[in-house]
Ligand binder design. Structure first.
Ligand SMILES: *[C@@H]1O[C@H](CO)[C@@H](O)[C@H](O)[C@H]1NC(C)=O
Length: 190
């Protein structure tokens, strides 16, 4: 008797888990409520095409010349790159990354990046602003300094990792880890 009750409750937990998992995966991002702290975690892909979505504005002054992975110290780029749901650049565009990067290491491998990331997703619309050091060939964490719209007061970080640096269009994987502090009341309930 006890065993069958236990088995029944295990089955209902399993069903609940399957339903919850299905809901979470169908909206493509996950909500967590740890101690009332709301957060979301998701991944997009940034595509940058030289002389189309990114331009060299100021030539650098020292160090290695322009290559697939290096730029001279002081090089200033400005970009407005599309963000897509999948690694394929033809997949659905759900955002834009606008910003600048300035080569800040003498070996030409690192830069300081400033970007405003505008997101137009099903459940969240607005922008987040990020600042940080970017390594041309390794993953980099960029702290989120704030946001607008549904991302007002948001904190967290984005991890930018090079996926494909060959060819004219380079692709970066952008992993978002966003947290709403307790005083950030959403403008409308989710
Ligand atoms: C981008 O444009 C500049 C200026 O016209 C040119 O010198 C450079 O070769 C171009 N780069 C690529 C990768 O097409």
């Amino acid at each position: 008797m006890a065993l069958s009750v236990c088995y029944f409750s295990f089955l209902s937990y399993l069903l609940l888990f399957v339903l919850l998992f299905h809901e979470a995966s169908s909206i493509s991002h996950h909500h967590h409520h740890h101690h009332e702290l709301k957060s979301i975690h998701f991944t997009l892909f940034q595509h940058e095409t030289i002389n189309k979505t990114a331009y060299l504005i100021v030539n650098g002054v020292a160090g290695p010349s322009i290559s697939q992975t290096t730029t001279p110290f002081g090089t200033l780029y400005v970009f407005q790159d599309p963000l897509t749901l999948k690694a394929n650049s033809n997949s659905k565009i759900v955002g834009t990354a606008e910003g600048t990067s300035i080569t800040s290491s003498l070996n030409g491998l690192q830069s300081i990046s400033i970007a405003k990331i505008t997101l137009m997703m099903n459940h969240y619309k607005g922008s987040i602003s990020v600042v940080g050091g970017t390594h041309n060939t390794k993953p980099s964490n960029h702290p989120v300094v704030g946001g607008t719209g549904d991302f007002l007061f948001v904190q967290g970080y984005v991890t930018s990792s090079p996926v494909d640096l060959s060819g004219i269009t380079v692709t970066y994987k952008i992993q978002f880890h966003l947290y709403w502090p307790p005083y950030a009341i959403p403008s409308h309930p989710k």
